[in-house]
Structure formats: C-alpha cells, structure tokens
Design a protein around this ligand. Structure first.
Ligand code: FE2
Length: 531
C-alpha cells in the first residue's frame, strides 16, 4: 500500500469509528426499496441480506427471522442486528440453520420499525447426495444495455437450486458510456451519471442495480454465490491498475478500496478478515465441490497490450509470442496452494467458478474478409491475428499461458473438472487439454445477461462467425454470440448436462425463450465433437 493511500484509508477508518452510534429506532419511517437477497450457502449457514432506506443518518436495529414456511408460523431462527451509515444501511447476517432443515427450502424476512421486508427463499447446501442438483450461472449484467429478462427466467425456474454470478454484476461507466445507446428509451440511464470512482459513486450504482425488479425477484427466490470481475472495479483491472483508470482519476488503490467496500456492503457474500481474498469453496455431499476463484484482482499481473507489438502498422508476431510465454501471475501462489489443498478426489465433480475463459481462443481466418467499417475501431488491430492460431485476448487465461499450465497440473488431481467462465458475453463449450495434450476437463462459458455480444456488432453475420470459430478452434464444441441468457448445469452422480437458456431480446420486456441443444458430460471424458 502506498503511503498516501494508506493515510487516506486510515483517515476513512477513523472517521467511521468516530461515527456517533445510536440504537434508538425512534419510529423513523423506513422501507426496503432494494429487496432481499441470500448467498454463500454452506452445509450449515446462509447469508441473508437487505438494505434499509431511511432519511436520517442514525443507526438502526433490524430484526430478522427464518422460518420453514412462507407464513412464518414457526420461527426456526431469529435475531437483531444493527446497521448504520457506515454500512450504507445494508444489513447482512450469517445465519446458522438448524441441522434438521439442511438442504430444504427455508424463508427469511427482516422487520424494522414495524415494516416487513419481502420474504426471501433460500437453502443450505445439502450434506447428503441429492438425486440431482441444478446450478444456473451467468455474468455481465449491464443495466443501461437492456432488461434483465434472463434474471427473471432464472428466478421463475423452479429447477434451479443455486445461482452463480461470475462477475460484471454491474458496470462502472458514465451514463453515456459503453452500451448506453438505448438507455434513454429503455428508461435505464446509469446513476450516478459519472464514471464510478468514489465510495459514494459505487454505492449509488449498486443501489440502482438493486432497484431492478427482475434482479430483486432473482435474489428473493434463489441463493446466489458471487465473484467479482473487472467492472465491479473498472475495465480490465489487474492488481494495481486498470485499462479504464487514469492518473487524473486519482490513486487506483483508493478506487479499489471504495469498490471493495461497496461490493461487500451490497452483495450477499460472506466476509472474511482479509477482504481481498474472495476465493472460497462449497460442497454438496460427495457429489461436487465448487471452488470460487479470483483471477482478477488479488494477484493478476498487468495484461500484455497488443498495441505494443505494432511497428509502423506491422504486427511483430515473434516478439508477441515470446512475451506471451513469459511468467505472468493470475491466481498467485497463495491461491494456488489453497486450490491444491482444497481439491479432493472424493467428490464426483470438481466445479470451478471464475471470471475469464481458460480455453485457447483463436480468431477465425474468415474474419480477415470482414468489412472493417462494420467493426468498432478498437477491434481493428485484433483482426491482424485472425487465422494466425495465436491468442488475441490477453485479458483472458490466453494472456497467461504459463499460469494456465500450472493450474492444469494442479487440477489433474481432482475428478471430472468443469470450469465455468463469464466475461465474454457469448456462450462457449470446450474440451480442455494441456500442452502435452492431456485431457483436463470441460469449460462452459456463460453468455451475458444483457451486455452486447456478437449480434450487436455483426447482426445476422454473428451466426456465420460462430461457425467459423467452430471450424478453426479444434476443441470448441459449441458457441453462440447471438443471444443473451444463462447456462444451466445439472449434476448427478453418473453424469452432468449443460443447456443454455436464452431470451430473444433484452431491448424489450416482451421476449421469447430459446434453448440451445443439451450437452451431456461424462466423468473425466471430453465431449464428443458433434455430440
Ligand atoms: Fe462484461
């Protein structure tokens, strides 16, 4: 921590500690405008969350109750907690659930000054092996880009036991920034109007997202396990900087602390003493273990910048390849040791929830023939890599090939690896191999909830580009860049199955449901191409 940022952070802490605490509820008028949420279910506990909207800055007591029935006839656990301006009046409880209710649906609510919050539904993760367990996962929910129709579909889908959000839960841009073209007509203009820098900015943006009715419904109906990606901070973050951070926006570390604080306040995530160590694991019987990873913030070295390899408009392929293969950290040593110690062969499936695509991804040769005027200018340089069988997206694992090999080596000690990814806004399903062609596992990349993807760039041509990707990326089984939605992974002891659930549009709340083909995954085996 640099001295100046440390002083700033220290002053912030002192101010917070000296905040005058009063526990009198004094009948102030309150409301629960941001709904309720639950998250990080373990075999014994679950986080329940809400936020109190009120006028004064006085701290306030909030009661919470958990019941096995929706009418709260029998309370199985309850308590009182205090919230204050220091927490932006968010409320978070790590509730221990009696063993008797393990794995069964339970309900929770908050009560404050005689006001009742909406009733949420959640679970603890089964200690036993359920016949089937369904995990929905998603990423990249951009408020100004469109409606969260896919959240609504997840909320309504009774088959889903657990939702994972793999990051870009919100975006940091100013109101006319990325993907905001239709925000006025959709009545989804970003608040605050500026790019997020201060704690107040990040808090306000979180608050806006949590006014979305579809997001509220999803949180109310399903427990969610989350990890951040870059946009919860700013675009293409690495451990001490970001593509979308410049010196005139202040010290990056202060910005990171602001974003982190707001994230922990507003998300139903369990907090450990070390706030940056977001990696954690979950288990269901011996059916699966789920390892949530941080590839974004804690240890990530700076991405290679592809612009640095152009001399007079000519791309230097040789130096690019050479630099790409230099050691560059993504998970870091501490997280690597944790992964190694946590993986256990007793689980039938080992699931990794993380941010970025791990499988190699090469731009198809046919992209060279594309009309450049139809592609945003920042993408033109990437077209030079089309057909070269060289990675192009250095923000993904492709930009950290040494680290990827190290990760692959460690996870060869677990059973049936399935690696989940977000970030790209498109759907991907791939077999994964290390450099020696050993089969490592399967990768499932989730589409965006609303962020722009291929169809927004290329229209109907997106479909042809998908086919070209399939032709030129040997281990790619399926891709789709035309639809937004989520992925559903169903696990039982014998096999796993994945299907993508899409919505026809995010520009209207009137949409149709579309489903991809389903793909069966067998233990420790690649998916057959064309299966
Ligand atoms: Fe994104």
């Amino acid at each position: 921590m640099q001295r100046r940022s440390f002083l700033k952070f220290f002053t912030f802490l002192l101010t917070s500690l000296s905040f005058k605490v009063s526990s009198n509820n004094n009948n102030e008028k309150i409301s629960f405008n941001h709904g309720v949420a639950s998250g990080d279910p373990t075999n014994t506990n679950v986080i329940i969350w809400t936020r109190v909207t009120k006028v004064s800055n006085k701290s306030i007591n909030v009661n919470w109750e958990i019941s096995d029935d929706i009418n709260f006839l029998k309370i199985i656990h309850s308590g009182t907690t205090k919230t204050s301006a220091h927490k932006d009046f968010t409320v978070k409880v790590d509730a221990k659930i009696p063993k008797k209710y393990n794995g069964t649906q339970i309900f929770y609510r908050f009560i404050c000054n005689n006001n009742f919050s909406p009733v949420g539904s959640t679970i603890t993760l089964p200690i036993y092996n359920p016949h089937l367990f369904n995990i929905a996962f998603c990423s990249c929910s951009n408020y100004p880009a469109g409606f969260f129709n896919a959240y609504k579909e997840m909320a309504k889908n009774k088959e889903i036991d657990l939702v994972l959000h793999l990051g870009d839960y919100l975006y940091e841009y100013e109101k006319n920034g990325y993907a905001s073209e239709n925000s006025n007509e959709l009545n989804r203009v970003s608040i605050p109007s500026n790019e997020l820098i201060s704690l107040k900015d990040y808090r306000l943006r979180h608050a806006q997202y949590k006014t979305d009715q579809d997001l509220q419904l999803l949180h109310k109906n399903k427990p969610m396990i989350v990890v951040w990606d870059d946009h919860e901070f700013t675009n293409n973050t690495w451990k001490s900087g970001a593509e979308n951070h410049s010196i005139n926006e202040g010290n990056f570390l202060s910005r990171k602390i602001n974003a982190l604080k707001a994230y922990y306040e507003w998300m139903p995530i369990r907090e450990s003493n070390n706030k940056t160590n977001i990696w954690r694991s979950f288990e269901v019987g011996n059916l699966f273990q789920l390892l949530m990873l941080d590839t974004r913030l804690i240890s990530r070295d700076k991405q290679l910048d592809i612009n640095d390899f152009f001399a007079d408009g000519v791309f230097d392929y040789e130096s690019y390849e050479k630099d790409l293969n230099k050691p560059r950290k993504l998970l870091g040593n501490k997280q690597f040791s944790w992964v190694k110690n946590t993986l256990d062969k007793k689980y039938k499936w080992s699931i990794f929830g993380q941010q970025i695509l791990i499988g190699p991804q090469y731009l198809p040769d046919a992209l060279k023939k594309i009309d450049k005027s139809s592609v945003p200018e920042y993408m033109h340089i990437y077209l030079q890599l089309a057909g070269k069988k060289l990675p192009w997206n250095t923000d993904q694992w492709d930009g950290y090939p040494k680290e990827r090999e190290k990760f692959y080596k460690i996870i060869q000690n677990s059973q049936s690896n399935i690696i989940l990814a977000g970030d790209t806004h498109s759907s991907w399903l791939s077999n994964l191999y290390d450099v020696k062609e050993n089969f490592i596992g399967i990768e499932i990349g989730a589409p965006s909830i609303s962020s722009p993807n291929g169809v927004d760039l290329f229209g109907d041509y997106a479909n042809q580009i998908d086919n070209q990707y399939l032709d030129e990326n040997d281990n790619l089984i399926y891709t789709n860049s035309s639809f937004k939605g989520y992925a559903l992974l169903s696990l039982n002891k014998e096999s796993a199955r994945v299907v993508y659930k899409y919505v026809s549009t995010v520009k209207s709340t009137d949409y149709k449901n579309i489903e991809s083909p389903t793909f069966d995954i067998k233990h420790n085996q690649p998916i057959k191409i064309g299966a």
